[in-house]
Ligand binder design. Sequence first.
Ligand code: HEC
Length: 117
Amino acid sequence: MKIRSTRLRAPLAVLCCLSFMTATDATGGGDGAAVFSRWCAGCHSDTPFSPGTVALRATRGDAGAVIENRHDLTSDYVENIVRKGRAGMPSFRRTEISDDELGALAAYLSTREEAQP
Ligand code: HEC
């Protein structure tokens, strides 16, 4: 029995790695815009019904309401809020948004100004 399970272990480990790599590729790995639409757009879209946008409009005014249009967010700030959460905003774990995805997301939100001259 012991020999059999040892022989199974290597191919299983390879299979697990392959499926993980495929899952990472499917999200684009470093596509911050895709991470945003998957995890953030539900609350931070530019609609009168998006709770994040509504809350930020109340505290930050029209210019601060839609985070995709902001030019004042640093990547450190975004990463901190995403991992820790905030009043009315949940925190996100590494099993939901990996460190790589968070890096891409923070870069996407903090470089909007440069990306749109
Ligand atoms: C369930 C709704 C919800 C989701 C999902 C959500 N947020 Fe938020 N977010 C909020 C709310 C509500 C606030 C306002 C909190 C407050 O008033 O302090 C907020 C605030 C923020 C702020 C602070 C902006 C500022 O001016 O200080 C940032 C940055 C932010 N969210 C980024 C994100 C990102 C990035 C994601 C996706 C990973 C995300 N949020 C997902 C609801 C959400």
